[in-house]
Design a protein around this ligand. Structure first.
Ligand code: NAP
Length: 287
């Protein structure tokens, strides 16, 4: 068996074409969607993520502003900047690129962003709404993963999903979203015993560990759908790779996401989606 690849790149490109038309219409009707991104310090990886987000906004016609603040900025100054953006009528989404310097509380920052502009979906109010299945901004990476699975008409209801990883931004919410889709969900993490026995039962296996090629074919049931969230740079070649041993697992899985070109492009696309959604909700509320 050779797995069918789920290309996040192709799906993202189709979705962005649709979004471009939607943004054109909203702009023509008087409200251009706007996204503000705050970058603190000079971390090269964070800078490249922020640049990719700016480029994507430009591609679909979303107005974007980048606020660059020095590493030394105080928590109070950063929170004041967020408060200012909360009041800015031209801004519908606010994103603070993580991680932040150690002297700033990430939780305080996340909780200062207005839930109505929290297009990353990290605010506790939005996480709570996601848990109870209310309309909200869904966190972008998990949201993108669900869209990728659905794009191939893969049945989720009743399936056993195993998620490896329990971070607040990927593992936990992706399990919750798939539970909301009526899957039976099991989480594995660094304290899990006999992990192979559990992952071998998965109809859909989501891997978000952050360790290059960590999951080989021995962890995967024949015919499983495998979603590789990991982004790792190989020291030997400098190339990007996922958490899944791609060449082996593609011979066992029915569907597999590549790295690069898989979950990554969908994450940014869902950020654009949430920014557009924010405008639509605001317009609906003012009718
Ligand atoms: P994270 O916060 O470091 O979480 C990693 C998770 O893996 C933790 O829950 C950890 O368990 C678990 N883990 C670590 N070692 C393990 C082991 N030996 N066996 C089982 N579980 C183990 O990472 P993250 O933010 O969720 O990101 C995960 C990966 O996804 C990274 O490569 C990241 O770069 C990538 N990512 C990609 C995108 C994208 O858009 N493509 C977005 C976000 C993240 P404990 O909780 O017990 O420590």
């Amino acid at each position: 068996m050779s797995a069918i690849l789920i290309s996040g790149k192709d799906l993202a490109s189709d979705k962005r074409l649709e979004m471009k038309q939607e943004v054109e219409k909203l702009t023509k009707d008087g409200t251009q969607p706007g996204l503000a991104v705050i970058l603190v310090g000079n971390d090269p990886a964070s800078r490249s993520y922020v640049k990719a987000k700016e480029k994507a906004c430009h591609e679909v016609g979303i107005y974007s502003v980048l606020q660059e603040l020095p590493e030394s900025v105080s928590e109070q100054e950063l929170l004041a900047e967020i408060e200012r953006l909360n009041q800015d009528e031209k801004i519908h989404g606010i994103l603070v690129q993580l991680p932040l310097p150690k002297h700033i509380s990430e939780q305080a920052v996340i909780e200062t962003i207005s839930p109505e502009k929290d297009v990353d979906g990290f605010h506790p109010i939005n996480i709570g709404k996601m848990m109870i299945g209310e309309e909200t901004f869904l966190p972008c990476t998990p949201f993108g993963i669900v869209e990728m699975i659905k794009s191939k008409d893969i049945e989720i209801s009743g399936k056993h999903v195993v998620v490896i990883g329990r971070s607040n931004i990927v593992g936990k919410p992706v399990g919750q979203l798939l539970l909301n889709e009526n899957a039976t969900v099991t989480y594995c993490h660094s304290r899990t015993k006999n992990m192979k026995e559990i992952t071998k039962q998965a109809d859909i296996l989501v891997v978000a560990v952050g360790k290059a090629k960590f999951i080989d074919a021995d962890y995967v049931k024949e015919g499983a759908v495998v979603i590789d969230v990991g982004v790792n740079r190989l020291e030997s070649t400098g190339k990007l790779c996922g958490d899944v041993e791609f060449d082996e697992v593609k011979e066992v899985a029915s569907y597999l996401t590549p790295v690069p070109g898989g979950v990554g492009p969908m994450t940014i696309t869902m950020l654009l989606h949430n920014t557009i959604e924010s405008v639509k909700r605001k317009l609906k509320a003012t009718v």
